[in-house]
Design a protein around this ligand. Structure first.
Ligand SMILES: [Cu+2]
Length: 158
């Protein structure tokens, strides 16, 4: 099952739950290309990347993310900042604003979702679900696909 079809399934399910005669709003949040790198055997953290699009008419705030405790003890939104000439990561605790028709990309060197306290290493070919929480939208759950390990450097800034 592709990531896209999972997203569509989730959106359809959400629409069915929300559909009432008074509600004409389309599901406005779309999440694409959720992916992570395979980790080393002893890794306790992993980064997840994805793209969030707001197709709605109103701004929304991505307030947080969560994963099953089978996957990791915690998921956090991080950003990457320059501190002098060092790249450092910071947890984003006040959410990420996404204006109508805007897209936020989580990618290396920028926003990413950090899994803390990995229960098992992420193995290439596996997948797991991740849920995004918004201030004014239904939760959106997507499947994260684990790809091959990063070459040479791991996600070593923790
Ligand atoms: Cu991080």
């Amino acid at each position: 099952m592709s990531v896209k079809s999972v997203v569509i399934t989730v959106l359809l399910a959400a629409n069915m739950l929300l559909a009432t005669p008074a509600s004409v709003a389309m599901e406005s949040i779309m999440v694409h290309n959720a992916n992570a790198r395979a980790t080393f055997a002893l890794a306790t953290t992993a980064a997840v990347y994805l793209t969030v699009m707001n197709h709605g008419d109103s701004p929304t705030v991505l307030e947080g993310v969560s994963v099953s405790s089978d996957v990791a003890s915690q998921a956090q939104i991080h950003t990457t900042v320059m501190d002098g000439d060092m790249m450092k990561m910071r947890q984003v605790t006040d959410g990420i604003d996404i204006t109508p028709d805007a897209m936020v990309e989580f990618k290396p060197g920028g926003y990413h979702i950090m899994l803390m306290g990995l229960v098992n290493p992420l193995e290439e070919g596996n997948s797991f679900s991740l849920t995004l929480h918004f201030d004014n939208q239904a939760d959106t759950t997507v499947m994260v696909t684990v790809g091959e390990a990063a070459k040479g450097s791991a996600h070593q800034h923790h």
